[in-house]
Design a protein. Structure first.
Length: 292
């Protein structure tokens, strides 16, 4: 990802200095016009704008702690995926060394950087965002969410939650039809338009959740949304039911609390209140399946 971002800034004509822990990985960038720094300190002191694209929160500290004194007066843009709390910690740490901090969540894979569809979500110093815009905009659409540095990773991880849960659901479906000899590729051709069509439901669910109107008309009830048959079908086929059982557990908690007639969107309340847990899904599948 760091190479893709640096390549975009070089291509846009911005003087760019690059550094990587393992030497020799910047040859293509150097060939394109970047300067390779001999050390982290050399890299940090080369520009007023320092962009961290490492692995995780720990790697940012491992790399920058020894040269923190050189950050004063500079802007640090952290594009490493971190939790909101980790971003807030990095912002406070950078501030304590006189640096201005901007956090970024990259909503793209490396091949998309600088092209259509790439977006980077930012939060932290507005002044840093405005000042760095000429560079930031070489990577994709730049959107600033607020002064709280934790906001960009919050949006980033919330969007990834939807993505990974959807992919896991798809993989579960692949395993199910696979027991009938259907290839994953065949299933994907059917699943893709189905999932795209289902995204039209998101706005309606969002409206219900924003108004907390789970008993309003026209909603699919939690009782109706019972996934026990889905869990049972998976177990009967000798598959792990983990993916669908997780959803059923969230449904069960609302039904157990007496909300079975309410709409499916009420599942969000199970997520908002993780205190109460249930082992019901397991008990139920044992009873219903009768196999264990
Ligand atoms: N790839 C994506 O599609 C994507 C999308 C959105 C966000 N991101 C985020 O972008 C960041 C980089 O991802 P990536 O895909 O480029 O990962 P990657 O290919 O695994 O590269 C990791 C980079 O971090 C360096 N690194 C790892 N640990 C380090 C340490 N302790 N100290 C110094 N450098 C260290 C590696 O250096 P070496 O070459 O020496 O190993 C390498 O340059 C991650 O936070 C990731 O979550 C990636």
């Amino acid at each position: 990802m760091g190479s893709a971002l640096a390549a975009a800034t070089v291509a846009a004509g911005h003087p760019t200095t690059v550094w990587n822990r393992t030497p020799g990985r910047a040859d293509a960038l150097v060939g394109a016009g970047a300067r390779e720094a001999a050390s982290v300190r050399d890299a940090v002191t080369a520009s007023p704008l320092v962009v961290a694209v490492l692995l995780d929160h720990a790697s940012v500290h491992q790399t920058l702690d020894p040269v923190a004194d050189a950050l004063g007066g500079r802007t640090l843009v952290n594009l490493v995926t971190t939790t909101p709390e980790e971003s807030r910690e990095l912002a406070a740490w950078a501030g304590s060394h006189g640096a201005t901090y901007l956090d970024g969540g990259i909503m793209a894979v490396p091949g998309m950087i600088g092209g259509p569809g790439a977006e980077v979500l930012y939060s932290g110093s507005r002044a840093a965002f405005d000042g760095a815009r000429p560079v930031l905009d070489t990577w994709g659409e730049s959107t600033w969410f607020g002064e709280d540095p934790g906001l960009a990773p919050l949006y980033d991880l919330a969007l990834l939650a939807g993505m990974y849960a959807m992919f896991a659901g798809f993989f579960h479906g692949v395993a199910m039809v696979g027991t009938a000899g259907v290839s994953a590729s065949d299933f994907a051709r059917r699943a893709a338009p189905w999932l795209v069509a289902m995204t039209s439901e998101l706005a309606g669910y969002a409206d219900v959740i924003d108004r907390r109107d789970y008993a309003g008309p026209g909603q699919q009830s939690l009782d109706f949304s019972d996934l026990t048959h889905l869990v049972r079908a998976s177990e009967e086929a000798g598959l792990s039911a983990d993916v669908v059982a997780a959803v059923q557990a969230l449904i069960d908690r609302q039904v157990d609390a007496g909300h079975g007639a309410d709409g499916f969107a009420r599942v969000v309340e199970s997520i908002r209140d993780p205190a109460r847990t249930t082992a019901r899904i397991h008990d139920r599948s044992v009873t219903a399946g009768g196999a264990r």
